[in-house]
Design a protein around this ligand. Structure first.
Ligand code: GLU
Length: 413
């Protein structure tokens, strides 16, 4: 089963539980527009390589499409469509005035020079420029893209349009209209969601143990902010391997180590022992934070999860089969479309600040973000109680309730 087909399983469970009008369901089940582009890039050795990219606007019912751009060798149309669908639902759960979109380019960024990466980024924007804009579709960072790449995108788009329109993209550097608090925002929201989940499970955050899979932007900030909130981070992994320490790992010191270590990996960090990624997922801890990528907790390893709570920093880390097993084992899963909505929430704040040309303090951003996350968590948790469904299905119910009303008033069904 492909990723998009899999992603429809909890959606369909929500449609059934809430008895959504089948006409509304039929609209939400398909993306509005999907674009495939081919981007020629003159490489440093003089040859020309043609890269394939995508942009999918899953829904614009609630507002402009919104979502990041991913650079990865395994990007494909099915994945981009799925990620765009998750953005539609994520924005609706968070109560943002956005639809959902996502972009991706098939590329192994480790194989490109800085100049080639810039040329590819500008080429991608040239190809999708007619379809994006601050009132149409607003890109942002995702896996392997960052503020530097957003800067090139912003510059290229400004040249094409011949005007300054910073609200067309979020996750920018502060110097060009970025928002304070954006870099850490996804991790911050993940930790806020975990603290709410710990309350549900009646576990004190202070001294609660946690495990973080992934040490990119989301994983590293989740680890740091969990540590700041008093949780003990006992294991962390990255693409190269995983480390464990019963005494706890200081994620700030680990970040410094990763920046200076030759492989830029968590492996070999002082005071930790090396474990496998499989060991990491099976550690006895209060919270497991999957912050790497899709399809990590599966039918094959879900029964081995000993955490009380799974709080999903990544998009789609748990497969539908695994969800069934986790439910039987009474693991509380805080789903991606709720837990990792902090990133797009602060992207929304960035867009608002761009439209106003007026900027907020970091404290204001954090306060507003935390309020929105706590509110969304409570709404989803209450729906899960009301409909007697998992928090994942409840999150889709929350999203569908908002989207269906807007579709009705637009006269779409
Ligand atoms: N890529 C992030 C996500 O998956 C952020 C998207 C955004 O800020 O638009 O939620």
């Amino acid at each position: 089963m492909g990723l998009f087909e899999q992603s429809q399983i909890p959606l369909n469970a929500a449609i059934k539980a809430m008895k959504l009008d089948p006409n509304a369901a039929a609209i939400i089940e398909q993306p509005e527009r999907t674009l495939e582009v081919h981007i020629p890039v003159r490489m440093d050795d003089g040859t020309t390589q043609v890269f394939t990219g995508y942009r999918c606007q899953h829904s614009t019912v609630m507002g402009p499409a919104k979502g990041g751009v991913r650079y990865h060798q395994n990007v494909n149309m099915d994945e981009v469509k799925t990620l765009a669908f998750w953005m539609t639902c994520k924005c609706a759960v968070a109560g943002l005035p956005y639809g959902g979109g996502k972009g991706g380019v098939i590329v192994d960024v480790t194989k490109l020079s800085e100049r080639e990466l810039e040329a590819l980024t500008r080429g991608y924007i040239d190809k999708i420029a007619p379809f994006i804009g601050e009132k149409l579709d607003i890109p942002a960072p995702d896996m392997n893209t960052n503020a530097k790449i957003m800067g090139w995108m912003m510059d290229e788009f400004s040249k094409i349009k011949g005007r300054f329109e910073p609200g067309f993209i979020t996750g920018k550097d502060l110097s060009m209209g970025g928002s304070l608090g954006r870099t850490a925002a996804t991790g911050r929201g993940v930790v806020t969601a975990a603290i709410e989940a710990l309350k549900v499970r009646k576990i004190k955050a202070k001294g609660a143990t946690c495990v973080v899979q992934g040490f990119g932007n989301v994983g590293s900030w989740t680890a740091k902010l969990a540590h700041d909130a008093g949780l003990k981070v006992i294991a962390i992994s990255d693409v190269f391997g995983a480390i464990y320490s019963e005494k706890g790992i200081n994620p700030y010191k680990l970040s410094e180590y990763v920046a200076t270590s030759p492989q830029h990996s968590v492996k070999g960090f002082k005071g930790t022992k090396e474990i496998t990624n499989a060991d990491l997922l099976a550690i006895q801890a209060d919270v497991l934070f999957p912050c790497a990528m899709e399809g990590q907790i599966t039918k094959a390893n879900a029964a081995g999860v000993k955490a009380s709570i799974i709080c999903e920093g990544a998009n789609g880390p748990t497969t539908p089969d695994a969800d069934e097993i986790l439910k039987e084992h009474d693991v509380l899963v805080v789903p991606d479309i709720l837990a990792n909505g902090g990133g797009v929430t602060v992207s929304y704040f960035e867009w608002v600040q761009n439209l106003y040309r007026y900027f907020w303090t970091e404290e204001e951003v954090i306060e507003k973000q935390t309020d929105m996350m706590v509110k969304a968590f409570k709404e989803v948790y209450e729906l899960s109680q009301e409909y007697k469904v998992t928090m994942r299905v409840a999150a889709y119910i929350s999203a569908l309730k908002r989207i269906a009303v807007a579709m009705k008033f637009r006269g779409m069904y």
